[in-house]
Write a protein that binds this ligand. Structure first.
Ligand code: ZN
Length: 316
């Protein structure tokens, strides 16, 4: 407002040409009014609240279709892969458990008490497979006998077909470590010796065994605590054939003299020349059969012993 009042004053002070003082003042006023009016009109204009839309990316139909086709094909391929993998899994033979009855898991077993009149024994063969295993399997097959084989991990890849034959003919596998060490000081080494062997047994035969025999029967090292913790039955023996140093006659005598119902008999099919064992075996079988002995696997001997114990505790 001040400006409107003072404008004509400056006109009169001859800042602008004299003859038009009022006209100039009036023009200035009109301009000012117009400017103010323009501002007002601007502020009255409605605000546009419509959201700003991003520009649409319009893909051509062909491109969209091919995109969908690619996704569908990828899905189909995944489905096909999964089906293939399932078929592979189904084709594998099922796992075979060479398990022991619950009371013997984590226990040391030397022989198994049986019901009176039961004359079962278990023949066990250690340190194989080896070329002698073939002859021993032939003899056992001929006499229709099932035995238990405590195998060494380090020789399995040399005789995988013998390992598979042992299983196929109904015998039982036991873990006898990888390298047959007598001194095992660390848990890590015990783990390696037992687990590597268990893994290779499984790879070749799909057998998971719960039998473990410590090399040389030495219980005083890290192997036994580890095997015990893993629920293996620590399977020792009650009759040592001494076939690792005796000739045929000596082996036969050792077994026949030591045998008793529920006995676990130690023999060897590997770890050295075993022709004495091979030569002694038919006579041992023949003599013991004549004495009324029956040959079973270690787990079966355990089952019979457990059944006998259960029956004894049930009797008044
Ligand atoms: Zn051995």
């Amino acid at each position: 407002m001040k400006l409107i009042k003072v404008a004509p004053y400056f006109m009169r002070r001859r800042i602008l040409p004299q003859p038009y003082p009022h006209l100039v003042g009036q023009i200035a006023i009109v301009i000012l009014i117009l400017l103010m009016g323009a501002n007002r009109v601007d502020s009255l204009r409605p605000v546009n609240y419509a959201p700003k839309l991003l520009p649409l990316e319009v893909a051509p139909v062909e491109q969209t279709v091919s995109q969908h086709t690619d996704i569908s094909l990828a899905r189909l391929e995944r489905l096909q892969e999964n089906t293939k993998r399932q078929i592979e899994r189904d084709r594998l033979p099922p796992d075979i458990y060479h398990a022991v009855p619950e009371p013997y898991r984590g226990q040391i077993v030397r022989s198994l008490p049986l019901a009176s009149g039961d004359r079962a024994i278990a023949l066990t063969f250690d340190d194989g497979p080896s070329p002698y295993t073939t002859q021993i399997l032939d003899i056992l097959h001929e006499h229709n006998i099932q035995a238990s084989f405590f195998v060494l991990g380090r020789v399995l890849s040399t005789y995988p077909e013998l390992l598979q034959r042992i299983v196929a003919e109904g015998h039982i596998l036991g873990n006898h470590t990888w390298s047959h060490p007598y001194v095992v000081k660390s848990d890590a080494l015990a783990y390696q010796e037992i687990e590597q062997t268990a893994e290779l047994i499984y790879q070749y035969t799909h057998v998971r065994t719960q039998l473990f025999r410590p090399p040389g029967g030495y219980l005083n090292n890290a192997l036994t605590p580890y095997a015990t913790a893993q629920n293996y039955a620590i399977t020792m023996w009650s009759v040592d054939s001494s076939d690792y140093f005796l000739p045929r006659e000596g082996i036969i005598q050792r077994v026949l003299n030591g045998v008793h119902p529920g006995a676990i008999v130690l023999l060897h099919d590997g770890g050295g020349p075993r022709h004495h064992t091979v030569a002694a075996l038919p006579t041992i079988i023949k003599e013991l059969r004549e004495q009324g002995y029956e040959f079973v696997t270690v787990p079966e001997l355990m089952e019979r012993s457990q059944a006998a114990a259960t029956q004894a505790s049930d009797d008044p």
